[in-house]
Design a protein around this ligand. Sequence first.
Ligand SMILES: O=c1ccn([C@@H]2O[C@H](COP(=O)(O)OP(=O)(O)O[C@H]3O[C@H](CO)[C@H](O)[C@H](O)[C@H]3O)[C@@H](O)[C@H]2O)c(=O)[nH]1
Length: 343
Amino acid sequence: MSGRQIPGSVVTITGGTGSFGSTMTRHLLTQDVAEIRVFSRDESKQDAMRHAIQDSRVRFYIGDVRDEKSVNQVIRGTDLVFHAAALKQVPSGEFFPMEAVATNVTGSANVLQAGLEYGVKSIVCLSTDKAVYPINAMGMSKALMEKTAMAYARNNLDAATSISVTRYGNVMYSRGSVIPLFVDQLKRGAPLTITDPTMTRFLMSLAQSVDLVEYAFTQSDTGDLFVRKAPASTVATLLAAVARIAGVDDPDVTVIGTRHGEKLYESLLSTEEMAHAQDFGDYYRVPLDTRTLDYAPYFEEGEQQAPLEAYTSHNTTRLGVEETVALLETLPEIQQLIGSRTS
Ligand SMILES: O=c1ccn([C@@H]2O[C@H](COP(=O)(O)OP(=O)(O)O[C@H]3O[C@H](CO)[C@H](O)[C@H](O)[C@H]3O)[C@@H](O)[C@H]2O)c(=O)[nH]1
């Protein structure tokens, strides 16, 4: 047993007002947490969250992960840190890559450094499938965040702090993503814009992300990478499923082509990671590579590289239209939509 647990703990959530942060906050409040420190830049989002949640265990801290002082202030006295603060928009990263570096790489290093200095028990860094074989600046900066976390773990194996990474695919119905866009286009009677009908994406709900973070908080060995398994669908299937839910038989569709920095499919684990991954049912764990820079003994002993494939949205469980409809119908936003159509 790690001796780490949620009840009675003080938890800091960087990027606490975002979708992951606020979902995590609500979940932790059901787990007898002692205090949650919501750390973020935006006063008005904090104010909205304060009104929505109204629980004296939630404390709000204005700050920026780029600013060491504000990071130190919030992390001091914390038991567990969920690091979700990030610049996550792919297109803006292409125009301002150094902003992504400042927040996602340097900011993450500030969080890790403070966590180690103040003896935090566990730090969980939130990452994305776009960090695997990255082709856009956002994904590249997240990949560097992961490398930074792993290096902090490897260089501090005796520390009291466990550092881990959770990596997820697309979150269904997240702000600005394709499902609410299709819903809106259908409502307006506008044509549905599709990039490439054969493109695939993993489909995950926010609720599914929570368990894995809780597991990482309490059970991780330092340097662990966790990946939640998820099914995927093509964009064409997703479009058909949303149209069916909205009761539109034959929607107008315009093909707009692939956007900047976009891939045909995403990978949650690279081939190299799959070779070391342990299958835990709902998720994979990839333990830290603890070898030092002295490679000689490993060459002599040799290491078999299993001939595996990466874990991608092309080769994971593929959902058809019926199954995608069923999955979408589990989302509160879709249930609301169906409710408003039938009432
Ligand atoms: O008008 C559109 C918009 C998107 N798509 C397609 O729908 C899929 C999902 O697109 P999203 O925009 O929902 O998601 P992305 O995979 O492009 O990534 C988005 O979600 C990520 C988190 O999962 C990050 O936040 C990222 O910055 C943001 O662009 C993609 O195949 C995309 O090509 C369409 O067919 N038509």
